[in-house]
Design a protein around this ligand. Structure first.
Ligand code: C2E
Ligand code: MG
Ligand code: MG
Ligand code: MG
Length: 282
């Protein structure tokens, strides 16, 4: 593809592209191996009700225990898993792990709260996601109301009909639908109405803007009003400070999630029981 290979700049470019290609291929092979040898684990992060401070749900977040690279975060491997299609196998393992964890908590007598699972749009295209969920829910005897499915706004904003169908099938099973990273995907109000989500998670960039401007607060307020008028609960993601929490509570945001409450943790440390004391509205 490189015509003037004699030019220094082009040759340099060529080599780095080739290197990147081979490191992606290496990572992909490692990921296949990791799926065969069960190297993926789940962390869980709570979200709390701004009214009473109780944990009202956990979000399951995947981690890769890589034998050489150590604990890897999703942004280091989910994009490649999506491009290569490996996300479908990974997604099935995630569902199995989360529902088995719920069964384990249930047998151990823990008070159960709903757990949300992130899915990529590639998992919604095939149409087998509803079956996978239903098989694991039945075999682990877990009520569908204990599982929620998160899809990002950006991924569903450019959906096909099959994606909508899968989402509807999942919702009909009694599983709640969560629109993730809201505010980054440019979905229209009519799309929002059509999709019938139970909850939106407002992207962390909006919580970060609460402190630096009045516009940040006005914007969040508008999102909450809009979501409530469509009968959706609102979760603020990425809440890191008491001031953000207090503003969100005053605005009527239903739930918050973020490092202020707890980082994502391995399952042994959950459910984190004592209610979190939120600061009074300013
Ligand atoms: P997400 O679904 O929006 O998850 C929230 C991310 O924000 C998590 O990153 C979490 O660790 C991080 N976070 C939590 N509290 C705070 C905070 O106070 N401040 C900031 N700045 N960040 C906070 P994580 O675990 O690295 O996951 C990144 C993304 O990877 C997730 O974003 C989700 O889209 C994707 N992901 C994670 N697990 C899975 C999975 O099992 N399947 C799929 N398809 N995607 C996944
Ligand atoms: Mg999420
Ligand atoms: Mg999010
Ligand atoms: Mg996010």
């Amino acid at each position: 593809a490189v015509k003037k290979a004699g030019k220094r700049g082009y040759r340099f470019f060529d080599i780095s592209v080739a290197e990147e290609e081979s490191s992606r291929e290496a990572l992909m092979r490692e990921m296949q191996h990791a799926l065969d040898y069960d190297q993926f684990i789940m962390y869980y992060q709570p979200r709390v009700d701004t009214g009473n401070g109780h944990t009202c749900g956990l979000e399951a977040l995947v981690r890769w225990v890589h034998p050489v690279r150590g604990l890897m975060e999703p942004l280091e491997f989910i994009p490649l898993a999506e491009e290569t299609g490996l996300i479908v196998r990974l997604g099935e393992q995630v569902i199995k792990k989360v529902i088995s964890q719920l069964a384990y908590w249930s047998k151990s007598g823990y008070p159960l709260v709903p757990v949300s699972i992130n899915v990529s749009v590639r998992q919604l295209e095939g149409g087998s996601l509803a079956d996978t969920l239903s098989v694991w829910l039945r075999s682990c005897r877990i009520d569908p109301s204990l599982v929620e499915i998160e899809v990002t706004e950006a991924s569903v904003a450019r959906h096909g009909a099959d994606v909508l169908q899968t989402l509807a099938a999942i919702q009909n099973m009694g599983i709640k639908l969560v629109l993730d990273d809201f505010g980054t995907g440019y979905s229209s109000l009519s799309q929002l109405q059509e999709m019938d989500f139970d909850m939106i998670k407002v992207d962390h960039t909006f919580a970060a803007r609460l402190e630096d401007s009045e516009q940040g607060t006005a914007l969040f307020n508008a999102i909450i009003t809009m979501a409530h008028s469509l009968d959706m609960r609102v979760v603020a993601e990425g809440v890191e400070t008491r001031q953000q929490a207090s503003t969100l509570r005053a605005l009527g945001c239903d739930e918050i999630q973020g490092f202020l409450v707890s980082p994502p943790l391995p399952p042994a440390e959950h459910p984190p029981t004592p209610p979190v004391t939120l600061p009074a509205p300013a």
